[in-house]
Design a protein around this ligand. Structure first.
Ligand code: SF4
Ligand SMILES: [Zn+2]
Ligand SMILES: [Zn+2]
Length: 342
């Protein structure tokens, strides 16, 4: 290993191919933290005095996020964590134990909301229904939509000005490509470090979501957690993750990144350059309250409420817990095991 680039005598512990930069653990974590606070300033993600909800799952991204928000913004902002329990046994229950331990340690108050309590179905029960009627789609479509609704509802109830999520550079680059592949310009316009344009609040129904880790590659978050001794939950991916189309896109992007370092940054930068030209396709001003639950929606009934109706209509749900695996899991497509830096 070469020496750290920052004129220090230490041996480098990490090399960032797109620089290339060599860093010892201490200078890497300094560099990483500086980049996150710079992202927050550059995109005006948080203002002093705002109440900020944080989505904490117990995974690597959300724990790095909670740690950094606690370190840099606890004095200027009120922080409150939301943990969503999808009801996936052996996975989320374990991850949430880790999340609670760190929130206690970092003195961030938290609340847990169960999808089952809000929608009548846990994600495991959604999978039972999908087993009975595969045309319903994937568990991730339900689970993702339910989670976004819970985040917004909870953030509104708590009086949050912003809701911060652990979305990283890889997630964003994947989302850009997924929207290209599905030709979904309105969804593309919705992406970015802050969901929803400056000044847009969807008729007061929508709490802006911000992504302070927007410029942080996944590999670097794993390294940051390892160097800081943050023991995130990484043993297993969600058992239903093989249903996610995203895994195929992740695999492809990781391949490109290996061959052409900096590809993920380029994809995300491309969207930033494109966004000013997507103003016309944004749903600004067109959101209304769902007639059933009051959540922001493009139609009288919001997507999660429509989804619950579809689930209710499937009567014969077999008890089988998990359908046969049909695609790569997120673990198989990460391209890096979390323990590389441990
Ligand atoms: S992989 Fe899919 S089903 Fe599992 S937690 Fe994520 S969105 Fe939910
Ligand atoms: Zn150094
Ligand atoms: Zn609704």
């Amino acid at each position: 290993m070469p020496k750290c680039n920052r004129r220090c005598a230490a041996e480098a512990k990490i090399t960032l191919a797109y620089g290339p930069h060599h860093y010892c653990a201490e200078h890497f974590t300094d560099f990483f933290e500086h980049r996150v606070t710079k992202t927050v300033r550059k995109f005006k993600l948080l203002k002093r005095g705002e109440k900020v909800g944080i989505g904490v799952s117990g995974g690597k991204d959300s724990l790095a996020l909670a740690y950094l928000l606690g370190k840099y913004y606890a004095k200027s902002n009120e922080l409150l964590a939301l943990m969503i329990d999808e009801g996936i046994e052996g996975y989320r229950d374990v991850a949430l134990r880790v999340a609670k331990k760190y929130c206690d340690e970092w003195k961030i108050p938290y609340q847990v909301v169960k999808l089952k309590d809000r929608f009548g179905y846990s994600t495991t029960e959604v999978v039972h229904k999908i087993n009975a009627q595969p045309s319903l789609g994937t568990s991730c479509a339900f689970c993702g939509s339910f989670r976004r609704t819970v985040m917004n509802e909870w953030a509104r109830e708590q009086g949050c000005d912003k809701f911060a999520t652990g979305h990283n550079l890889d997630d964003e680059a994947q989302s850009v490509l997924m929207n290209v592949f599905s030709n979904n310009l309105p969804k593309m316009a919705w992406l970015g470090p802050m969901t929803g344009a400056e000044g847009f609040d969807g008729n007061g129904l929508f709490v802006k979501r911000v992504k302070p880790l927007y410029e942080c590659p996944e590999k670097e978050i794993i390294a940051f957690d390892a160097f800081k001794g943050i023991e995130h939950y990484s043993e297993e991916c969600c058992p239903f993750s093989w249903m996610a189309k995203r895994n195929h896109v992740r695999e492809m992007l990781n391949h490109f990144e290996d061959q052409f370092p900096g590809t993920k940054f380029t994809v995300v930068k491309w969207l930033q350059d494109l966004k000013p030209h997507l103003e016309d396709v944004k749903p600004a001003g067109r959101l209304q309250a769902c007639t059933a639950c009051g959540s922001p929606s493009n139609s009288p009934l919001c997507r999660p409420c429509s989804m619950v109706k579809l689930l209710d209509a499937v009567k014969a749900a077999p008890r089988k817990a998990v359908a046969a695996k049909g695609g790569p899991t997120c673990a198989e497509t990460k391209g890096l095991h979390d323990r590389e830096f441990v």
